[in-house]
Design a protein around this ligand. Structure first.
Ligand code: TYC
Length: 109
C-alpha cells in the first residue's frame, strides 16, 4: 500500500512514512601475515616464532615452516590490520634481536 509506514518510527505530520535507511555494515578488512624464506634463519627459530606469535601447535608450526622453506612463503595468520601489523613488527624485532634475516610482510586479503 502506498505511504504505508514500515519504519517503526512515529508517522510524519502528513502521515507519510519516513524513508527506510539502508545501513550498510562492512566487515573490517583482514590482512595476511606472511613469513618469507631465506637461507640463514634456523628452522627451529622459525618454528618457535610460529608457535609463540601465531599461537600454532608445534606440529602445525613445523608444517608451516617446511612449507615456507619449500615454496618461499606461507600465510601464518589472518587478522585485522592492527593485529597483523603488531605481529609482523614482533617477528621482525625478535629476528633482528637474534641477528636472523627472517622477513615478514602483511598483505590485504
Ligand atoms: N630456509 C631456512 C633454512 O634452511 C629455514 C627457513 C624456513 C627460513 C622458513 C625462513 O621463513 C623461513 N635454514
Amino acid at each position: 500500500m502506498e505511504n504505508e509506514n514500515t519504519t517503526g518510527h512515529a508517522p510524519t505530520p502528513d502521515n507519510t512514512a519516513l524513508k527506510e535507511q539502508k545501513v550498510k555494515l562492512k566487515r573490517p578488512p583482514l590482512y595476511k601475515v606472511i613469513l618469507l624464506n631465506d637461507d640463514y634463519t634456523p628452522m627451529d627459530f622459525v618454528v618457535s616464532i610460529i608457535v609463540s606469535i601465531f599461537n600454532k601447535p608445534v606440529d602445525a608450526a613445523k608444517a608451516l615452516m617446511l612449507e615456507i622453506h619449500k615454496n618461499g612463503k606461507a600465510v601464518c595468520g589472518v587478522y585485522p590490520f592492527e593485529v597483523a601489523e603488531t605481529k609482523m613488527l614482533q617477528v621482525l624485532s625478535i629476528a633482528k634481536g637474534e641477528e636472523h634475516p627472517l622477513q615478514c610482510v602483511i598483505e590485504k586479503e
